[in-house]
Design a protein. Structure first.
Length: 238
């Protein structure tokens, strides 16, 4: 004889087993604090917090160590599969990620936000199309523009909201990019100071870094000498 219970009026599905996490909390900006767990790494043990952006259904991670109080060092790092995971020498992303984790580990406190904004916000497929143009001699900025894409399509509103939900309002930002400072300030984060986050250029990424400095306003040096940086010569993404 088949046995049923009072709750089996419909077929069982995985949705029936979903339990709302006590960490989940949404706000007017549509960013949910979805999960938290300790994460031991080569640089020390972090607390990993996952945030869910309801606007585009992306998940971002905030790693924090120690008492992240006023003035703690913070890195907002945009996803780069080729650099972070595959060790690409076309950019400095993987090295910047490792350096940020190392700095936080040595300091004993700080936070790193890993934002799902691949290719300065244009996505992986478009990034590969841009790489194909770069292989023909086009620089990293013009490659995006020739594809009809923004030179930098990133938005810092979600990152700012993540910091606010963690109670981190005043930071020292590890960055070479003034645009990142502007973006966080526009969304209510007080950037007390900029901490240089420069990686030594190698042959493969030398022209990439010089383009970032000379055409995109990044604060970089080469062989100890500052590059003559001018204002960005492109329109910011709307």
């Amino acid at each position: 004889m088949n046995k049923t219970n009072n709750n089996q009026d419909k077929p069982f599905s995985t949705d029936d087993r979903m339990i709302e996490s006590p960490l989940e909390n949404s706000d007017a900006n549509g960013v949910i604090r979805a999960a938290e767990a300790p994460l031991p790494t080569d640089y020390g043990t972090f607390t990993a917090v996952v945030y869910h952006d309801l606007h585009d259904n992306k998940e971002h991670m905030l790693l924090k160590m120690g008492d992240v109080d006023s003035g703690a060092i913070v890195r907002v790092h945009s996803e780069c599969l080729t650099g972070d995971i595959l060790g690409s020498q076309k950019c400095d992303c993987g090295s910047q990620l490792e350096l940020a984790l190392k700095k936080i580990g040595e300091e004993g406190k700080g936070a790193l936000l890993y934002m799902r904004q691949e290719g300065r916000g244009i996505g992986l497929a478009n990034k590969m199309k841009a790489y194909a143009l770069q292989a023909q001699g086009v620089d990293t900025l013009d490659a995006n523009l020739q594809l009809g894409l923004p030179a930098d399509g990133r938005d810092y509103g979600v990152a700012a909201e993540m910091l606010k939900q963690e109670g981190i309002d005043d930071i020292q930002l590890m960055t070479n990019n003034p645009l990142k400072i502007e973006g966080l300030k526009e969304h209510g984060i007080n950037v007390l100071d900029r901490v240089s986050h420069e990686i030594v250029a190698i042959g493969e990424n030398d022209s990439y870094l010089k383009t970032k400095a000379e055409r995109m306003g990044h604060i970089l040096t080469f062989n100890g000498a500052a590059v003559a940086v001018k204002d960005r010569d492109y329109e910011l993404a709307v």
